[in-house]
Design a protein around this ligand. Structure first.
Ligand code: NI
Length: 430
């Protein structure tokens, strides 16, 4: 009997714990959802490339003003900041969406498909929201509407970040999150934590994915210039062949990944994407140029890999009588999900979509400039599903392709996720 009582108590506690997974926004009002869909279709139909989000930025600012939210514009060119001060004092949390589209020609048959064309790097291209940033911008505006409607109950301040150029500024320009941070987006009011969401065309609508720690990779550009001595192709011993040296270097670089990196800790990728050398079959040229990308998920490993690349390339070249000049341009940092913050927010994700719909996933070797906010304040980045349940995962079109498609059902989930992350964070800190 005593055991039975104990068991009952245990069961009651278990039930209670799951009931504790509580979120404030359980449903998005029909009116808000309707408006969000309307905005999303408009953003989708009229996409703009990185650093050219002039109209999108205006639409975002106007909508925030309509909602009675304080607005600042022109941050990092077209970025918009909204500040919603709650009725009660409390901490400051930021929610981020990106607004830019890609030079891709849409092939999807929907009434609001993009027909926009523009000139990009001297070429006539179609413009398309082929990464779903239209859903990010629209759902953050939807969240702003819901949160503005409950302003009096909010203990703290919510900063809405609408940023340009996540896909990278055009050559010769800077932009995106790095410039937003430089221009003080996280200051005045001082942001204490940031949340970012991204849609995924392969994840089913209604599901969320995250990872603790390094979630998306740091992406650095690699350039190696190998200098040898030109000679006749028939008498290589009279010169120094930079092409053979380059071949050795490429293989050497792969041993940094396979033999010298602690792969059970985090993944490392080094890829050479282009080699350029020579003009004809019987001339050994003087120089070879290689460019590539380096992906790492841990800042310490990133430093070590860079060092090893320099050593490997220069020493291999030297062993063959050539020289190698290594240039590494630091790109987006690791998108790091703060362990403590992310752990604390997991229950909010459970409460928003149900525990069974939240999955911890492996790191991704793609990069994301949300990382610049995560360098400054504890942050959490989460993916939400955009794949219709009728489309098998194997047939889901990839991001950045003309067939990219996500279901509008994702907007409702994204709005709730944004709202609940902000509200629960503020509640937690009170
Ligand atoms: Ni994206």
């Amino acid at each position: 009997m005593k055991n039975l009582i104990l068991l009952t108590i245990c069961l009651l506690i278990t039930v209670n714990i799951s009931a504790q997974i509580d979120v404030k926004v359980k449903k998005v009002p029909a009116k808000t959802l309707e408006k969000t869909i309307e905005l999303r279709r408009d953003f989708h139909q009229f996409p703009e490339l990185s650093n050219r989000e002039f109209e999108t930025g205006k639409k975002v600012a106007n909508r925030l003003r309509e909602l009675g939210i304080e607005v600042q514009t022109g941050i990092a060119k077209t970025g918009v900041k909204g500040i919603l001060r709650g009725g009660k004092p409390g901490p400051v949390v930021a929610l981020r969406a990106d607004m830019d589209a890609l030079p891709v020609t849409e092939r999807v048959d929907i009434p609001f498909a993009s027909k926009v064309r523009t000139t990009y790097l001297g070429k006539d291209v179609g413009v398309m929201h082929a990464c779903g940033h239209d859903t990010h911008t629209a759902s953050l505006l939807g969240a702003a509407e819901v949160l503005a409607g409950m302003r009096d109950e909010i203990a703290g301040t919510i900063v809405f970040i609408f940023q340009p150029a996540e896909e990278g500024a055009p050559p010769g320009e800077t932009g995106g999150a790095q410039d937003m941070v430089k221009e003080g987006i996280l200051k005045n009011p001082d942001v204490e934590a940031a949340f970012g969401l991204h849609v995924s065309s392969s994840l089913e609508v209604g599901k969320l994915e995250y990872r603790l720690g390094g979630f998306m990779a740091a992406s650095d550009r690699l350039e190696i210039k190998v200098k040898g001595k030109q000679s006749h192709g028939s008498r290589p011993w009279t010169g120094v062949d930079p092409i053979v040296a380059s071949a050795q270097i490429i293989m050497g670089l792969q041993t940094i990944v396979s033999r010298q990196s602690e792969l059970t800790k985090e993944a490392v990728v080094i890829s050479i994407g282009k080699i350029e050398a020579g003009v004809r079959n019987n001339i050994i040229p003087e120089e070879a140029l290689m460019i590539g990308t380096i992906r790492t998920l841990d800042t310490a490993m990133q430093r070590i890999v860079h060092e090893k690349i320099r050593t490997t390339a220069t020493k291999i070249a030297e062993s063959m009588g050539a020289t190698a000049e290594v240039t590494i341009d630091i790109g987006y940092p690791v998108t790091y999900n703060d362990i403590e913050l992310t752990r604390a927010m997991v229950h909010t994700l459970y409460g928003t979509v149900g525990k069974e719909n939240v999955r911890v996933v492996p790191a991704r070797t793609g990069a994301e400039d949300f990382s610049f906010y995560a360098q400054k304040v504890p942050a959490t980045f989460v993916f939400y599903g955009g794949r219709p349940s009728t489309t098998p995962k194997s047939e889901a079109p990839s991001h950045h392709t003309p067939d990219f498609y996500v279901d509008e059902g994702c907007l409702e989930v994204a709005i709730r996720t944004y709202c609940n992350l902000a509200l629960n964070y503020l509640g937690m800190k009170r």
